[in-house]
Design a binder for this molecule. Structure first.
Ligand code: ASP
Length: 441
């Protein structure tokens, strides 16, 4: 049995955190492959090493040698603090010489950012007595800089066979010519998932500073309950709507293999955390698995008599958005009305251009815009087998005096999307949480 364990930046921000991580890995011999992030924040006002590297490289690009050197020294101090704290007999002097040279040669922003994970990986391998595998050798990007899943899987699988225990730094890989490429921010989660797939792991443990996913945002609900088990599909719905613990793209490599992910807390390793699974017959604790949402949408309401019998009307409307490079979220419709929900930020600058395209392409009778709307997703595999979920949501919202602007239930019955005014967003979430979790109706 093999477990791949990924540790986030806050789990590796100091020697003290490294020790906790060491204890976790040593507590279970199945934890054979380790994917570390770069050192994160030690306290609220601290700076992540990745951010320090980005700023330091900006100075190098600007040719500001005078400020670049002390910035690099500060980064070095972060690693020295960890190595000294762990009493490791090693030095990164040579590595820093190479990095400084490469910064001067303007080796690229991705190379710069990747050094955070690279150096942390070297320390981690030394501390644990594991092999070190440079991600640049095993995680492959194509010429366009897109991740090459197939080649990576082949190279990595072969390489892992040669190491009983190894550390593979997260967040980056390289093109065939050796040029380093990073994933988007938070991308070490993706590396962990890729490694889990390559070694056909039984479990991918993702260690962070929270005990898994919460049913609702703790900034809105005080001490919300945790989610014990969630399916990949449910998680997609929730993360799309803003629940962020795991990088969205981290699901794909393991999802195809059916490898579960367990989100765990480095600071409370005994906590159950959240299991993310392909499917489960375990009954969910509550009818709903989670609630998430986002503010800042605009509803574009389009009216036209007899639109219902005009074949191709929907296509013409959506073409107006496509022409302007705007993606749409939802399209609830009535007999003579068709509404398109879009992100306000994306839409605002292009508003008049979209309106004229709509008139040109779809010839509507009228168009009306409603801004400052929020969308809330109520997600749960339990809804399919429960009657009256929608009814309960709407009566809770009515009691909380929230005016519902839009309802959309996908045919999978996995989620119900509700549109409300931005100002009602928090109250709506509280009302839904209360009815399903607090009163457990
Ligand atoms: N260190 C990178 C970041 O800060 C990647 C990661 O932590 O996953 O985004």
């Amino acid at each position: 049995m093999v477990k791949v364990v990924k540790f986030g930046g806050s789990s590796l921000a100091s020697a003290e955190q490294f020790r906790k991580v060491g204890d976790i890995i040593r507590a279970d011999a199945k934890r054979r492959y380790v994917v570390p992030s770069a050192p994160g924040k030690r306290h609220k006002n601290d700076t992540k090493v990745t951010d320090m590297l980005y700023s330091c490289y900006a100075l190098a690009e600007a040719g500001d040698e005078e400020n670049m050197k002390p910035a690099l020294r500060k980064i070095r101090a972060r690693y020295n603090e960890i190595m000294n704290g762990l009493k490791l007999k090693m030095t990164l002097d040579d590595e820093f010489k190479i990095i400084e040279e490469n910064f001067r040669k303007k080796a690229g922003i991705d190379y710069a950012a990747s050094r955070g994970e690279y150096l942390n990986g070297i320390i981690m391998a030394n501390y644990l007595g594991f092999d070190f595998i440079d991600a640049a050798e095993v995680i492959r990007f194509d010429r366009n800089g897109d991740f090459d899943a197939e080649t990576t899987n082949q190279i990595l699988r072969e390489r892992l066979k040669k190491s009983e225990r190894a550390v593979i730094p997260g967040f980056y890989g390289a093109k065939e010519n050796g040029a380093v490429v990073t994933f988007s921010r938070g991308g070490s989660d993706i590396t962990g998932s890729i490694v889990a797939k390559a070694c056909k792991a039984d479990l991918y443990e993702n260690w962070t500073d929270v005990s898994g996913f919460l049913i609702a945002d703790p900034r809105i609900i005080k001490d919300p309950k945790g989610i014990k088990v969630i399916t990949y599909k449910e998680l997609r719905e929730l993360s799309y709507m803003g629940a962020t613990v795991l990088h969205e793209d981290a699901i794909f490599p393991v999802r195809k293999e059916g490898i579960p992910i367990n989100i765990k807390n480095t600071n409370a390793p005994e906590d159950h955390g959240t299991y993310i699974v392909e499917s489960t017959c375990q009954k969910p604790e509550y009818t709903i698995t989670g609630i998430a949402g986002k503010k800042g949408f605009v509803a574009v309401n389009i009216e036209k008599d007899m639109m219902n019998s005009e074949i191709g009307f929907g296509r013409k409307v959506l073409a107006a958005f496509e022409e302007n490079d705007i993606s749409f979220e939802h399209t609830p419709s009535g007999i003579d009305t068709f509404t398109v929900f879009v992100h306000q930020e994306e839409f605002e600058g292009k508003e008049q251009s979209v309106l004229s395209a709509l008139h040109r392409l779809a010839e509507p009778d009228s168009i009306d815009l409603e801004a400052d709307l929020a969308l809330i997703a109520v997600v749960g595999r339990g809804m399919k087998s429960t009657r009256g979920t929608a009814g309960r949501i709407f009566s809770a919202l009515a009691h909380a005096n929230v005016n519902v602007k839009m309802i959309d239930q996908g045919s999978s019955e996995l989620n119900i999307i509700i549109g409300v005014h931005n100002d009602d967003f928090e109250n709506a979430i509280k009302a839904i949480y209360d009815i399903f979790v607090e009163t457990q109706l």
